[in-house]
Design a protein around this ligand. Structure first.
Ligand SMILES: [Zn+2]
Length: 208
């Protein structure tokens, strides 16, 4: 698989649809590599196992297209949200911001999300922020919806980041400008009605 470079220290393998497998971010640190998600395809698992040196893994959320490869991968450290730990049964649960220095500056942050409980973002060198599927909606009774309260909390967390670029899983355009993503989320938040917990984007169960 082609590894696409965004910066000298940051690259990724693109998501696939068949099999459904999320983008895998690769950050080159001083002690080894940091992976954001591990995907769910044989091809991606083989690419990850072929990386030399120490492997630290950060999981965005518990969905199988993001974590399915975990049992097939050799790794040294694993970080995830508390809800994701219920699915992996291994590693460290991250419930508050963590800052690490490893040749690159890493900031792991819990991301309030309508899409998945226990979402975890990763900001690198105050420039790029991996969000996984965290900024997406969820499906409720066949409709695409955002939870208004979680969306407001999410906007606050994202506004507090320094990164200029947000990396969104599965998106044809993986690297998105921070302002573009935030203005979309803020426009959705404005659609809320005072008495409703959910903001309905569509009545039909169409694809994102
Ligand atoms: Zn997901």
């Amino acid at each position: 698989m082609e590894r696409i470079y965004i910066a000298e220290y940051l690259s990724y393998w693109k998501a696939t649809e068949a099999p459904l497998s999320a983008d895998v971010g690769v950050i080159e640190g001083a002690s080894g590599v940091w992976l954001y998600d591990v995907g769910n395809s044989e091809e991606t698992a083989a690419e990850i196992n072929a990386l030399p040196g120490r492997k630290n893994i950060v999981l965005s959320h518990f969905h199988p297209d993001h974590i399915g490869n975990l049992p097939k991968i050799r790794y040294d450290a694993l970080y995830q949200g508390a809800n994701t730990l219920r699915y992996t049964g291994a590693g460290t649960a991250v419930t508050a911001d963590i800052y690490l220095q490893d040749g690159v500056q890493l900031h792991l942050f819990p991301l309030p999300s309508s899409h998945a409980k226990g979402s975890l973002g990763l900001e690198v060198n105050e420039t790029y922020a991996f969000l996984g599927d965290g900024a997406y909606s969820t499906r409720k009774a066949g409709r695409r919806v955002y939870n208004a309260g979680l969306l407001l909390e999410q906007i606050r967390v994202l506004r507090g980041l320094k990164a200029r670029w947000f990396l969104l899983s599965h998106d044809a355009e993986f690297v998105r400008s921070r302002e573009e993503v935030l203005s979309q989320l803020e426009a959705i938040y404005k659609m809320r009605s005072p008495k409703e917990s959910y903001i309905v984007l569509s009545e039909t169960d169409d694809e994102e």
